[in-house]
Design a protein around this ligand. Sequence first.
Ligand SMILES: C[S@@+](CC[C@H](N)C(=O)[O-])C[C@H]1O[C@@H](n2cnc3c(N)ncnc32)[C@H](O)[C@@H]1O
Length: 242
Amino acid sequence: MVTLEQDKSTYINSMFGRIAKSYDFLNAVMTLNMHKLWKRDAINKASVNMPYLKKAKILDLCTGTGDMAFMWAEKPQVAKVMAIDSCLPMLERAERRQIKSKATNADKITFMEADALQLPFQDNNFDAITVGFGLRNVKDLDLALSEIHRVLKPEGFIASLDLGHPESGFVDSFYRGVFLKLMPLLGQVLAGDQAAYKYLIDSLETWPKQKDLSQMFWDKGFTRSYYKNIMFGTTAIVVAQK
Ligand SMILES: C[S@@+](CC[C@H](N)C(=O)[O-])C[C@H]1O[C@@H](n2cnc3c(N)ncnc32)[C@H](O)[C@@H]1O
């Protein structure tokens, strides 16, 4: 088995392949289903231009089982949602959801296997981009931000929802010392995969603070960026406009 240190992309791909079946269930348990509210919040923050658009084209990066893609498709101003992921078992689950969906607007979504670091789209293509719990997993964050900047239309918004770093030392100690320590245990009990949920903790070591990620968007050439803390900063939405 390839280790995280040897090749992050291969490691991440096989890890999400292993947990694809239980991913939605674990997400619901670990966040008490609040992840859906946070995802809608991120989508609303990336939708600021929507009232002025008639046939908006959206990109959902690292779509996984497609939660955010389905939420985008509900919006009447949205004509097309491209939802990409590099892990086939996750995409298969998203496509199964689409087939089962009774909502006709689910037809607006195209699920596609693609790498966030090499997007198969032309420049200035999308009115808005979202990424849920995805950027933390890419091998090269700087390259991912360049690709987002390239394919987003001028004035378009990107919103990234992901884990964050609590700003209060007390909350951070509790979060790392107690809450995060439970994750591998929950992963073992509910998904039979302790390693995958230990990775969640390890991934925070190199993941920038929300304020620093926001600064990275500025540095990439976005015209504005800000962040919003959720649950004391254990999760955060970072927004930027091109
Ligand atoms: C934690 S899941 C998030 C899924 C979904 N966005 C959600 O919030 O429920 C992260 C997803 O990112 C995908 N991913 C990781 N690296 C990627 C890359 N370089 N390109 C495309 N997808 C990637 C994984 O396959 C996985 O499905």
